[in-house]
Design a protein around this ligand. Structure first.
Ligand SMILES: Cc1cc2nc3c(=O)[nH]c(=O)nc-3n(C[C@H](O)[C@H](O)[C@H](O)COP(=O)(O)OP(=O)(O)OC[C@H]3O[C@@H](n4cnc5c(N)ncnc54)[C@H](O)[C@@H]3O)c2cc1C
Length: 397
């Protein structure tokens, strides 16, 4: 008899899982089992309370699921394909998008920024501990006054003073920053006006991170308002291979595709709940699933899931082949998150009144979808990136 973890994902209608190698499939099943056994039991209470389950860090540490994308760091053997890492992000969000976001900020944004923008000595210094989750990462780009226009508007400054840099400014929405050990901070060099990256360690004088309260989406992941007041960072902690905003854009290109996979996971999680509920709940003497109009919602949801999955499958191939461009990633992020918003709304609709009660879980997916729709570039920003690529006209301002 196949175990629960080996059972095919009912939302994987075209069996995309079959595209994984046998070894990759084992990692995916481990991810599925980890999320089911270690994460699922914690999410309802922590979402309601707006708290992060700190015990998860130790469990992730033991899971062997961290750092798979970084060859030579961690003890996981060969580097994972983009299809596997994408499907892992999907599997995580299928259970809880906040925990997937915590993981994505650490394993994606922070580790990838160090990998892509640091030199070899910096990679060797920070990535092994992060790949073991002995140290947690954060990525501080967005500011209170500059979100979508951060490339042009960044106010946080870096001033060189001998062998150190002095950072001043404020950042907003920074995931994991309340407890992270290494925070990648982006700041504008007052001398050459270019954006540079710095790794600021927890406890550095002048660094303060205050948790943003009362979020209505992704309530489990901690986001912070960060202030930097004369924070001194040695030149050795400036990311040596980042010299302008183009380097930040390279990081975002990679992580945006991860967010699109996360959006797919949210669709899958909501759809699975709706399908189960529709077969169990009776009205007019028969299951909801027996009504044509309810089947229409379920089938439209499955169509969104399947078409998004096909798009992301091909996107992963472009990434593996090294021919992946900003506009490829942006189209996926904009398109898949829009499809996600439809699916969570249809899934919630199938639950009727119960769809707004946390106990039925679908409300969590419905609420979490909103942050995913807006972060790592809103739909509008990603649309403008694609628009510029296909027309040659920049419509940003
Ligand atoms: C839960 C959460 C976690 C996050 N985590 C991080 C993190 O870890 N690190 C980090 O650096 N940032 C993080 N962010 C920030 C996120 O990337 C920004 O919220 C996002 O880029 C949008 O910026 P904004 O919220 O300032 O919106 P704004 O830029 O103020 O935009 C508001 C609205 O106006 C629209 N708009 C703006 N300009 C235009 C235009 N030219 N044309 C058409 N429409 C336009 C936008 O699309 C949007 O709909 C996070 C955000 C959230 C909500």
């Amino acid at each position: 008899m196949t175990s629960l973890t080996e059972q095919q994902n009912v939302a994987d209608f075209y069996d995309f899982e079959a595209a994984l190698t046998e070894e990759e499939r084992k990692v995916l099943l481990r991810t599925r089992a980890f999320m089911r056994d270690e994460v699922q039991p914690l999410v309802a209470e922590h979402w309601a309370d707006g708290t992060f389950p700190m015990e998860l860090i130790g469990r992730f540490r033991e899971s062997g699921l961290v750092g798979l994308s970084y060859e030579g760091y961690g003890d996981h053997g060969p580097v994972a394909s983009h299809l596997l890492t994408g499907m892992m992000a999907m599997e995580m969000s299928r259970v809880d998008a906040s925990v997937a976001t915590f993981f994505g900020v650490h394993n994606g944004l922070a580790m990838y920024a160090i990998h892509a923008c640091g030199d070899q000595a910096q990679r060797d210094r920070w990535l092994p501990g992060m790949a073991r989750m002995d140290a947690i990462g954060a990525f501080a780009l967005t500011e209170p006054l500059d979100g979508s226009d951060i490339a042009a508007g960044m106010h946080t400054t870096a001033r060189r003073d001998g062998d150190t840099w002095v950072l001043n400014g404020a950042k907003r929405w920074i995931g994991n920053a309340t407890f992270a050990d290494h925070i990648v901070v982006w700041a504008r060099d007052v001398d050459d006006d270019q954006v540079k990256g710095f790794v600021v360690d927890k406890g550095t004088p002048g660094f303060k991170a205050e948790k943003i309260a009362h979020k209505t989406s992704l309530r489990i992941v901690e986001n912070a308002d960060v202030t930097l007041t004369d924070v001194r960072v040695p030149e050795s902690d400036r990311l040596q291979n980042a010299s302008s905003f183009r380097d930040v854009a390279e990081v975002l290109r990679a992580t945006r595709s991860g967010v699109a996979w996360q959006a797919l996971g949210v669709m899958v999680g909501a759809y699975e709940l709706a399908l189960r509920y529709a077969t169990q709940r009776q009205q007019f003497g028969r299951p909801l699933a027996g009504f044509q109009l309810v089947q229409d919602l379920l089938v439209k949801s499955l169509g969104n899931i399947t078409s998004s999955w096909g798009m992301l499958h091909r996107l992963a191939g472009l990434q593996d082949a090294g021919v992946f461009r900003d506009e490829h990633s942006s189209l996926a992020k904009a398109h898949v998150t829009a499809r996600m918003r439809e699916v969570v709304a249809w899934s919630r609709e199938i639950f009727g009144g119960n769809g707004i009660v946390l106990e039925y879980d679908v409300a969590r997916f419905f609420a979490d979808a909103e942050a995913i729709y807006s972060f790592e570039g809103t739909r509008e920003m990603n649309t403008l990136i694609v628009g510029k690529a296909i027309t040659g006209q920049s419509a940003f301002v």
